[in-house]
Every structure is written in C-alpha cells, then in structure tokens.
Ligand binder design. Structure first.
Ligand code: NAP
Length: 535
C-alpha cells in the first residue's frame, strides 16, 4: 500500500472522527483523518465565540468507551465552556496516540468512487490525492456556516465575525458598539455573555426562539467523585431516553394533570439545569398542539416576568411556533440583557435590514453605527458540509444532485450509488436530534463492526440497496406526520433563508428517538445487514 493509500480515510477530527479513528486503528486498519482545521476538535475547535458552551451535561458529553478516560477526566462545570471541551478532545487524542494519524490544514475538495479498484479517490484543495477503500464522513452537522444574504457585508469597515469563525486571539468588545444578527442557540449565548461588557448592544431579531435557563454551576471535587462512581447509571439513563440526555419525559399527559400540580412541575423544570424543560416534560407537549400551547403560555409568562419592558417582552415571545418545536436555546441571563439601558432589540420584521454599509447597519428606518458586527446566523445544516465537497459515486452520479431536494439515505449511514461511503453522523440518523456523543458512539460502533466483518470476509465493496433506501425514506418521513417539530421552519426541517432553494421541508433527521434507532441498526447487524449489497 502506498503512503497515500489507506483502508479508510475519515474526513473530520471532531467528536465523531476522533472516535472512529480510535475504533478503526484498534481493528488494525491503515487509517488517516483529514481535517481542515489546524487541530482536532471540530465544532469545539471552531466555535470560540463568547459564551460558547454545552447545553448537554458535561458528564454525558464525554466519551463512554474508556473507563480509564472517565476516571481521569474532571469536568469543572455542569455545562462546560468551549475551551474546556477543546482541551478534553485534545486530551483524548493524545491519550490514545491518535494525533499522528491526523493530517491538519487539509480541506477536502472532492471524493470520487473508482469502480475499477473499488476505492475512493479523495483530493484536497491543494491537489493532494489519497486513496482508500472506505470514505468515512465525520464532517459535522453544523460546520458549513452561512452569512446572511444581506447586501454590503464586505463594505463594513469595523470588525465583523461569524460566530463559527471566531478568532483564536481574544476579541476586545469592551467599550464597543456591537451588533448581533441572529437569535438562535448561538446568538442567545453570545448576547448573554457580552451584554454587560460592551458599550452598546443592538440585537437584530428576525424570529424569536423559546429559550430557557441553563442553570450552569461549577462541579465540586466531591460532586465529580460522585459522578465518576455513577457513570454506569448516567450512561444507562442516556441510552434509555429518546433524546440521549439524562432527562426522561413524564409519562402523564398535560390534560390529565391538575393545573396547580402541572405548574409546580413546570416551575421545577424551569428552575432545574439543562434540557429537562424541553425533553423532560409531559409526554404530549411536543405532539399535541393544545398541550404545547398551554406549556408555551406558561413559558411566555416567564419571559414577561424577566423582561421589564412589556413591548420588548412581547417581541421576544415566539408567536409563529410553540415551545420546543425548534431547538431550544438554553441561556444564562439572556432575557435580563434586555433590561440593560444600553441593549436594544430590533425586530427586523418591523424594521428590516436594507444593507450593511461602511459604518454599520442600514435599516428601513435608520443607519445604526457599529464597531463590531457579530453574525450568529447559523449553518447550511446537516447536508451543507456534504454539498461543499464534490462527491461522485458510480456512473458519475453526484451526491449533490441526488440530494437536490433533500437527503436520501439508508439508515443515515449509506447512500445507494455511493459504495463504501460511511456517514458517521449523517442526515436521517439519530445523532442530530439527540445528545451528540452517545449517539455517535453508537453509530461509529455499528459502522466499525460492519467494516470489521467486511474486512474479515475479504469484501471490498458494500453499498446500500436502493429498495432499502426507499423504505428508509418512507419511514423517516412518517415521523414528520406526527411531530410538531415538522411543522416549523428551522435547520431541523431543512430551512435556511441564506441558501438558495432551502425554502421547503426536507427530511433531514430521524425523529424516532435514539433507542429505536439503535435497535434498528443492531437488528440489521444481527440479520446479516440485508439492507446492504456486498461484492
Ligand atoms: P440557528 O439556530 O440557525 O440560528 C440562526 C439565527 O440567525 C436565527 O435567529 C435566524 O433567524 C437568524 N438569521 C439567519 N439568517 C438571517 C438573516 N438573513 N437575517 C436576519 N437573521 C437571520 O443557528 P445557531 O444559533 O448557530 O444554532 C445552530 C445550532 O447549533 C443550534 O440549534 C444547536 O443545535 C447548535 N448549538 C449548540 C449550542 C450548545 O450546545 N450549547 C450552542 C450554540 C449552537 P430565523 O429564526 O428567523 O431563521
């Protein structure tokens, strides 16, 4: 095997790529990770914006595969901030001697399946070529950042940053006039983190999101010891919930619980750390529109209590979707930021942005001058990172063409016509809609086990069966008929106003829950992978 020929090339050195590399090296395969950044970490390498931290409990975000690692690593906070997570991932990479198998500053431009050799020919943007039997994508769901389609973004003479590309060097925001465009999970974290330090903060909001308090806190030494001794139970709990978090839903329905008891329960959720407020709720809150409306009213009143100016409060309360039907941003003093005299909320549905100019943002009503503009405008989510690589399967078929109207996959791990390509956290899998690391560990284990079997059997070509793929499409779509999530426009449902053509529902994710997804994958394995053709 020449130096640039491998059994597997993994693209991406984030949470997913790191674990896949670990697994495949342990199988004795020749593997390389190609990574665009100058170090490992993926999401946690890039997103260095102020306030970036987990919404997952730290101790459910770490890998579970090594008891030694679990014993060695201490988390400092219940919801760790980005620098700590990046340190953790680097620690894992070094502990398991993975760094030498990673090539950084290497962005993949194209990947083409060569039918004669049953290998992928992978080319970087500098023209470097690699060959491998398996082409494993660990390229992130939220790694293709999108700027708003607003005229003049390059005319601005102050500093401007998309949150994803936040610089490594500290950005001094003190005494600056700062604009934040976007109020998703990222914008909400940024706003909460910087509101008190800047001279003036203007938030440009298109649609408000339902946010709830994170309630972060430090983890004491004693607590960490307790967490370490309970890891088995913690991970077992995560495995048992649809969301992969430690929060399980209440089996009662909203209607059957008396109001006083219901409100006490909701207050408890609102005052507790993490995503319980979203996924630890009554069973029908995300399914029954009436139950959802009642809970949304409850949360709306919380916002009214926290935001002093009633007009601002009303602007911050979503009217076009119910609580939890888009990804819920967890926040720290987000709503209180709007009580500061130097913080202003601009509702751009009333006062639209016309363009960005040299000095600031020109809206329909005024020109607002800024020193810094922060774009918290999100991502061409889930499929964007795939679209940015020219991927060609058999008979010259392009993945971007096949996915023109939305992703089409078998189990979210393979695509018919693209043999030997394994998507480790791809569209229509369970990772997106659940706590990411537990979900990817399951997906990586499944793919690695499958590849081990193929390797042992001397099979060098495996491809999803087209009929199995069609069945998976119908199955994925069926969940969209019952979930309230499907009725809202967000990256979960494939919308992005900044990407041409992403203005209609696309079936991006498997909504059946992590345990059911794992069952489907293991049944396939137990039955000899009938959904896949080998030769
Ligand atoms: P996002 O949820 O897609 O939010 C993007 C925001 O930008 C939205 O408020 C959107 O408004 C606004 N926007 C986009 N284009 C615009 C335009 N042209 N003009 C005005 N506003 C515009 O992206 P995100 O906040 O980066 O979050 C993405 C995901 O990353 C999250 O859902 C979450 O899964 C993950 N994340 C996780 C954490 C964590 O774990 N703590 C933190 C941050 C992010 P509309 O709503 O009107 O489209």
């Amino acid at each position: 095997m020449s130096d640039n020929t491998h059994d597997a090339i993994i693209v991406g050195a984030g949470v997913c790529g790191i674990y896949m590399l670990y697994r495949l090296l342990n199988l004795g395969l020749k593997v390389k990770v190609l990574e665009a950044a100058d170090g490992p970490g993926g999401t946690w390498h890039w997103n260095r914006y102020p306030g970036a931290r987990f919404d997952s409990e730290s101790y459910t975000y770490g890998y579970s595969f090594s008891k030694e690692l679990l014993e060695e690593w201490d988390w400092s906070e219940h919801f760790a901030a980005q620098p700590e997570t990046l340190r953790y991932l680097n620690y894992v990479v070094d502990k398991f001697s993975l760094r030498d198998h990673m090539e950084f500053d290497t962005r993949i431009k194209s990947a083409q399946f060569d039918e004669a050799s049953n290998q992928w020919l992978i080319t970087s943007d500098t023209g470097e070529q690699y060959r491998s039997t398996y082409f494993c994508t660990a390229i992130g769901m939220l790694s293709a950042a999108t700027l708003p389609r607003i005229q003049g973004t390059s005319d601005f003479l102050g500093e401007s940053y998309h949150t994803y590309y936040w610089p490594k060097e500290p950005v001094d925001l003190e005494n600056k006039r700062v604009a934040v465009i976007g109020t998703g999970a990222t914008g909400v974290q940024v706003i909460g983190a910087i509101a008190e330090q800047v001279k003036q903060l203007t938030v440009f909001q298109r649609r408000p999101n339902w946010c709830a308090p994170l309630h972060n806190a430090p983890i004491s030494e004693g607590e960490m010891q307790k967490i370490k001794s309970s890891y088995d139970e913690i991970f077992a709990k995560c495995q048992s919930t649809a969301s992969g978090f430690i929060h399980s839903h209440d089996t009662r329905s909203v209607k059957e619980v008396p109001t006083e008891e219901k409100h006490a329960f909701w207050n408890k959720l609102y005052n507790s750390p993490g995503f319980g407020v979203w996924v630890g709720n009554f069973k029908d809150v995300l399914v029954d529109p009436e139950a959802n409306a009642e809970y949304s009213d409850f949360i709306a009143n919380k916002i009214r209590e926290r935001v002093k100016d009633p007009i601002t409060a009303e602007k911050l309360i979503p009217k076009d979707h119910g609580f939890g039907t888009r990804r819920v941003p967890l926040e720290t003093r987000y709503y209180e930021a709007y009580n500061l005299d130097h913080v202003r909320l601009v509702d751009i549905t009333e006062n639209p942005i016309e363009c960005i100019e040299a000095k600031g943002v020109k809206t329909a009503q005024e020109l607002m001058e800024f020193d810094v503009i922060i774009y918290a405008t999100g991502f061409d989510a889930i499929t964007g990172a795939f679209d940015r690589i020219d991927i060609t399967g058999v008979d010259g078929i392009k993945l971007a063409d096949k996915w023109k109207d939305g992703p089409i996959t078998c189990f979210g791990v393979q695509v018919a016509g693209f043999p030997n390509m394994f998507m480790l956290a791809g569209p229509q899998g369970a990772s997106v809609a659940s706590n990411f690391p537990p979900a990817i560990e399951a997906a990586v284990d499944w793919a690695a086990d499958f590849m081990e079997q193929l390797y042992k059997e001397g099979v060098d070509r495996v491809e999803a069966d087209a009929d199995a793929e069609s069945e998976w499409q119908e199955y994925v779509k069926s969940f969209y008929e019952t979930s309230l999530l499907a009725g809202t426009q967000s990256w979960f449902t494939g919308y992005n106003s900044n990407v041409e053509g992403h203005d209609k529902l696309r079936h991006m994710i498997y909504l059946g829950g992590a345990p059911a997804y794992r069952r489907i994958l293991s049944e396939a394995a137990d039955n000899g992978y009938p959904q896949f053709k080998t030769r």
